[in-house]
Each structure stands twice: as structure tokens, then as C-alpha cells.
Ligand binder design. Sequence first.
Ligand code: NAD
Length: 494
Amino acid sequence: MTQVTHWIDGEFSTQKSERHGDIYNPATGQVTGSVDFASSATIDHAVQVATRAFKEWRHSSLTKRVQILFAFRELVHINKEKIAALITAEHGKVLSDALGEVTRGLEVVEFACGIPHLLKGGFSEEVSTGIDVYSIRQPLGPVAIISPFNFPAMVPMWFFPIAIACGNSVIVKPSEKDPSAVMYMANLWKEAGLPNGVFNVLNGDKEAVDALLTHPGIKSVSFVGSTPIAKYVYETGTKSGKRMQALGGAKNHMVVLPDADLDLAADAAINAGFGSAGERCMAISVLVAVEPIADALVAKIKERISSIKTGDGTKGADMGPLVTRIHRDKVASYVDAGEKEGATLVVDGRNVKVDGDGFWLGPTLFDNVTPAMSIYNDEIFGPVLSVIRVKTYDEALKLVNDHPFGNGTAIFTNDGGAARRYQNEVEVGMVGINVPIPVPMSYYSFGGWKNSLFGDTHAHGIEGVHFFTRGKVVTSRWLDPSHGGINLGFPQNS
Ligand code: NAD
């Protein structure tokens, strides 16, 4: 049994916790560990440690920061298989997927290695006679990162490499369902030479989140999770005066125009609909088929689903289990609801047969879905793909723009003009053109619109650097030596 505690001041916490959570292996359904839930005293201690560490770390040279970031990058790279195995054991996603998320996280560390360039300010000489103006960016202080279960390594890594590179100290509160990947990386930071107290991990649930949101020592919160919690976190944090970014849920539409390559579109729907069992914020959950191609497209997707192997992510399956039994049952209840509401159930994942007592649900496909149905409106966050049929591009666009979520979307077409129009008209933060999931690239920023993001700042890229720093503008006048001061041999003003 794994015992997960907290990581504070460069070591595992020895403080006793009164509350704990179970950690499961979703492929076996068995409890494999226990995670401590931080008390308010532990949280306060961690914030004090992070505050003390910040005072020194903010003055560390850019050269030193970059050396530590490079060392951390190497250590994560060398240990990426171990981190991926921890992810699969607690989340359930297949190993190749887990490895993919570590690689994406590493790209943010690599981006942060360029921090000397990213932190450069501006300088204007002689804005008035003898007066110069320049800008600098300074760190905030101790910052909190609160992450969801579905990317236990990548999502925290969207934030902490940049926060640390900018000179902040960090407290990560990972999901209580799969905390081990972040705990493992804490040790790697220490090995890389990061001073104790700059990177800390507190485990817990709502109680820990609430304490971080209101603690006066925490200067900003980066949150990723479901929309109701993201909205609550954003509102609570801003009320207590913190800088906030809260990324929420999604319902990503993939529009397929009649001229699209249907094999490409069907492959994309399979990968983006059922990869990681649909537990991705960039998963495609609605396919908008612009007639007359719906019959042909649904047939191609159905055929491909028959070859998806659902099973243990460590044993060569294509799709793993869902994260918990409660979540599995919630997703299955949406399949029940879709049937009752009158959608055509083309493939039913509820009957999938897999050995063991894991949280299994196979790929599920609905056709003839309508905007009135709960399977269309709600984020299901499981392997359920809904096909909705429309007659025109305008009808498709209206559907996407009327939906309250705006995280990602894709369009499949061979008409560059149509794609260009879609990218311009669609009210969504991230758009794929003949690409189903626009993946996060570290040097661009990641984030949605509407109910998929609360706050103004997206994750990583230059927006990440701005989120983790405050701008300062200095106006300076240095008198010419001829005006006096130490006599350095300049001719004196008469
Ligand atoms: P969640 O909202 O249940 O939990 C996220 C975090 O909030 C966890 O650390 C959890 O401990 C904490 N939390 C849970 N309930 C809370 C409460 N009542 N008060 C305060 N804190 C609370 O989300 P999840 O189920 O872990 O993750 C899946 C969700 O995250 C999906 O909705 C998915 O779309 C979203 N997500 C979004 C993005 C994005 O970039 N927009 C990326 C990944 C995941």
C-alpha cells in the first residue's frame, strides 16, 4: 500500500493527518494506497515555508535558475517511464498516453529554460531630457496550483516550471485521486538543486483548496478542473484579493463538412473521442455531421470502434478504465439518459467485457442527438461520442457558438476558405483544422473561452510568464556628472 503524505521544505511531511483518502488502481478496482488530507495547520506551515523560501529564491540569478531547470528537465526525461507508470497505476490511462503527457509537461520545462529571454523588459532612453523609462517584471510570492485528476503530471507542469523560473515559490495541490506523479517530481526538484521550500506539495480535498484560496500568504492561484468548481474557485480567490486563473470543463465539437476526407475524420473521431477514455478536456464529445455525409461517417466510426481493445493500460489495451467507480457509473447513467431521451444508441459500451473488477465502460456511440438532450448539454467526461446531424455550415457554427463551453473545437474539410471562415467565426479558444485535438504547445498559451475559463490569462506561453510576474515601470533621472557629486575628473558645471 502506498502512503502519500505532503512534501514541505524539501522533505516528506511527518505531521499526522486526521483525514485521508483512498487511492485506487482503476484497472483492478482495488485500493492501492492512502493519501493524507492536509489540515489547516499543515497548510499554514507550508505557506510559511514557501514565504521564507521565496525571499531568497526571488534573488537567485537567472543563470542559477536556468541551471536548475535544465537539471530538472534531464531528471524528468530520464525518469519519464517511472512517472508514466505511476500515472497509469492511479489514473488508468494506457502507458503510451501517460508517457505522452509527461512529454508535453517536459516541453513547458524546456520553454521555462528560456526565462532570461522571456523576462527581458523594455527600455526607452531620453523620454524627456535626461530621463529614461524602463520596465521590469517581478515574481508574485508563494503561488498555488490546484490540478485535476485527468492529467496528474502535465497540468501541474503547465504552471510550476514557469512560476519557479519567474522567481516564485510554489504549492501544488494535486487531485486526491492520483497524487503520486507530482510527489515523485518533488524529489526530482530537490535532486536538481532547487532550494528547499521553493516547491511544495500539499495533498487534500475541498478543505485544502478553501484554505489556500483564503490564505493571505498565497498571491495567486492557478486552477484546472470542472466548470462549477472553477467558477467557485475563481470567485472565492478574487474575493480574497488573489490573482486567479481557473480553467474549467469542456464539450468539444468536431464539425465535418461534406467535402471532408471521411476516413481522416473517422480516425480523428476515434482518437479524440475515446483516447484516455474520453477523460480529456480536449476530447471530442460531439461530432457535427453536415449532411449528406452522416450515414457514411457513422458507419466508418462504428466499424473502427469494433477494433478498440478496452483493458488494463499496462497490458497493451487501446483504452483504459474510468478513474473511479462513481465516475464510471455517472458516465453510464448518461448512456441510460441518452437512450431514454430518444438518441440512437449505435454502440453500447455498458456491456464491455473485461477481466477483473475495474471501472470499465467501452466506447459508446450515439446518433441523431439533439440540442435538447442532456448528453448534448452536459460534460460527460467519458468514452461517449454523440453525433448530431445538421444541414448547413451555418447551422453547425450556431450550435458550437450557442454552447456554453468554449474550450476546443475542430473542423474537417478540404476547403481552405471554409476552414478560414470557421477559425474566424467560432467562439472557442482552441481550434483544430483537420486536427481533432489541438494539443497544448508550451510556447503558445492554452485555454478556452466562455464557461471553460474564468479569468483572463491562459496557461503557459508568454501569458504564463505574465501571470506569474508583476510589471513595474521605472522612470529614472541620473544627473550628468558635471552637476557635482564625486569629482571623477569631469568638467564641473559653472
Ligand atoms: P474537479 O473539479 O472535481 O477537481 C479539480 C480540483 O479541485 C481537484 O484538485 C479537487 O481536489 C478540487 N476540488 C474538487 N471539488 C472541490 C470543491 N467542492 N471545492 C474546492 N475544490 C474542489 O475536476 P476533476 O474531476 O479532477 O477533473 C476533470 C475536470 O477538469 C473536467 O471537467 C475537465 O474538463 C477539466 N479539465 C479542464 C482542463 C482545461 O484545460 N480547461 C484541463 C484538464 C481538465
